[in-house]
Design a protein around this ligand. Structure first.
Ligand SMILES: [Zn+2]
Length: 573
């Protein structure tokens, strides 16, 4: 660490950030009118520090759940409707049918419990499907497609959770206008779910009633722009400030982190080579990342030309969250992210491939990114508490419930996480060469291609893609030597590194064009050729169509990797 970095970390003061956490703990931030009031609370504190703040007015489409219940004769079960489902104020009444899914406890993806084969064996047409897991996009969308009249999702524990059931990313464009599942859905807790499951086995009928408010809302996007002294380039650090209920661990703690980051970096603006932009998003929960998507759309060209990395801040500073594992990032940022966590708090990083989730609304634009969820509780602590997998709050199952209150946050852990974000943003904004190592990205491509080739066997040949990846890898090895020696002009090197982000991030994380958004579903690595994995299970007729798609996908990969190699070669020569 440099002296300047040490001074930065020594200057952290948790007084105002913690006060914001306490304030937000009293202030639900679901409905846009409450969310906009919260924007003012953030802005007030920035202005008190003497930091100018932009208050963008975004027009975004939201679906806000209000009341939700299941009625069975004289008994009423409470629950939570996911954002994105259809309104059914008067209720949908139909026979229950049980679709087994099981709980994905301990599985890689806690939301992906939907079992297509089990569902296919069950006739759900016109019925209310009841299944285990969260009312996720995969579950609700698939059951809607199979003709279910409504979905009841049995959550794993004593509480039901809020969430989202649409896979449409952000405010829908015209083509996705009707992309959300057009049926009501509800999350119920395990005990109620088990009762309803027994009723399903007896073929009984129930009524699912959910009240949804949907429409266009003016939502405030507060943003602090700190200009760099030598460059128009900038790092974007961001997190959502709307929440479910008062959402302390998800994400008042993140909002407080961004607030302190703004204070620290604004005070050091003369030290920053490139700029830092800090943004707080509305519409994360009720608009499927509509706030960050609005920003990605509105400032798309600026982001493509000048953003050197996007850094997400969601659910830091939660109690018992003492480790840094399952941390999302795009591969080329891993070495940098690991060095930051090591230097800031002396702990190791355990990273994973960035999910198509959170506010990673910038993958199609081609922005390298790191962090989303950061600190999390160790597995043995989770096991001891009997916790199932959730998507935030450091692993605390208060996540997305009314129990995500002040006690979920931990001031000391939050301070550790502030150190990490502060050092990351500062170092990213001052580094001579952008801290992006694409050797790791290409190493990932090679491993992915090997895996797909093995699965495809003789049905499809990925050799041209592998050769292109190897060629790029060789050029990147040569580049690394020159960067280490400091012999490349920084402007030239950084322009190249930005260009590599623009090409390689979309290749590995998206299927749609640059200025569109992929849906919020699992995107496999090198998605254009991911179906190579399934060829062996297909009949000849189906396989021929799949191979046609794979040829196109392979073309995209070969062309992109070769163009990247040429760009590196230009700089080397
Ligand atoms: Zn969150």
């Amino acid at each position: 660490m440099t002296d300047a970095e040490r001074r930065l970390l020594d200057a952290i003061d948790m007084t105002v950030p913690w006060e914001l956490v306490e304030t937000f703990a009293q202030h639900p931030r679901v409905h846009p009118r409450d969310v906009n009031a919260a924007a003012e609370m953030i802005a007030e504190r920035l202005r008190a520090h003497g930091i100018p703040v932009l208050m963008h007015e975004a027009s975004i489409f939201l679906t806000i759940p209000h009341h939700a219940e299941v009625r069975a004769g004289d008994v009423t079960f409470g629950g939570k409707a996911p954002a994105g489902c259809a309104d059914a104020k008067d209720g949908v009444t139909a026979p229950l049918v049980y679709v087994p899914a099981g709980f994905a406890i301990g599985s890689e993806d806690v939301f992906d419990t939907f079992d297509a084969k089990a569902a296919a064996r069950t006739d759900v047409t016109g019925k209310i499907a009841i299944t285990e897991g969260f009312a996720s996009p995969a579950t609700v969308t698939n059951l809607a497609r199979l003709g279910a009249a409504a979905v009841i999702a049995i959550n794993p524990g004593a509480d039901s959770h809020w969430g989202t059931c649409t896979s449409v990313w952000g405010t829908p464009g015209h083509d996705e206008r009707n992309g959300a599942p057009n049926i009501p859905a509800i999350n119920v807790n395990r005990p109620d779910g088990d009762t309803l499951k027994a009723m399903a086995e007896r073929g009984e009928s129930v009524t699912v009633a959910v009240t949804m408010e949907s429409g266009w809302f003016k939502s405030i996007v507060p943003e602090v722009r700190i200009d760099g002294k030598d460059s128009d380039d900038f790092v974007l650090v961001h997190g959502h400030y709307d929440s479910w209920d008062v959402g302390v661990g998800d994400n008042a703690t993140g909002d407080a982190t961004l607030l302190e980051l703004a204070r620290l970096l604004h005070a050091r603006k003369d030290e920053l080579t490139r700029g830092v932009r800090i943004a707080w998003w509305p519409g994360h929960s009720t608009g499927r990342y509509a706030g960050s998507t609005w920003y990605a759309d509105t400032f798309a060209v600026d982001l493509v030309e000048h953003c050197v990395a996007q850094v997400n801040c969601d659910s830091p500073g939660c109690r018992w969250a003492t480790e840094y594992k399952d941390v999302s990032l795009t591969a080329e940022t891993e070495r940098f992210a690991a060095s930051i966590i090591e230097d800031a708090v002396g702990q190791p990083l355990f990273a994973e491939r960035a999910h198509q989730a959170g506010d990673y609304s910038f993958n199609n634009l081609g922005l390298s990114g790191y962090f989303m969820l950061l600190s999390t509780m160790p597995d043995d602590v989770r096991e001891e508490k009997g916790y199932y997998g959730v998507g935030g709050c450091g692993g605390n199952i208060a996540w997305h419930t009314e129990h995500d209150t002040l006690e979920v946050a931990d001031r000391e852990i939050l301070e550790k996480d502030v150190r990490i974000y502060a050092l990351a943003a500062y170092r990213n904004a001052t580094a001579r060469y952008l801290p992006l190592d694409f050797r790791d990205a290409v190493q990932g491509h090679l491993a992915t291609l090997d895996r797909y080739q093995q699965a495809a066997g003789s049905h499809f040949d990925l050799t041209p893609a592998k050769e292109a990846a190897q060629g790029l890898k060789e050029s990147l090895d040569q580049l690394a030597v020159k960067l280490e020696a400091g012999t490349v002009d920084p402007d030239v090197a950084n322009a190249l590194l930005k260009k590599l982000s623009r090409e390689l991030v979309p290749l590995d994380y998206t299927t749609r064009p640059r200025f569109d958004h992929d849906p919020a579903l699992t995107i496999p690595p090198l998605p254009d050729v991911a179906d190579a994995d399934k060829l062996a299970d297909m009949d000849e007729h189906e396989r021929a169509f799949a191979v046609t798609s794979l040829v196109r996908g392979r073309n995209r990969i070969v062309a992109t990797l070769r163009a990247a190699r040429n760009a590196v070669a230009d700089v080397l020569s």
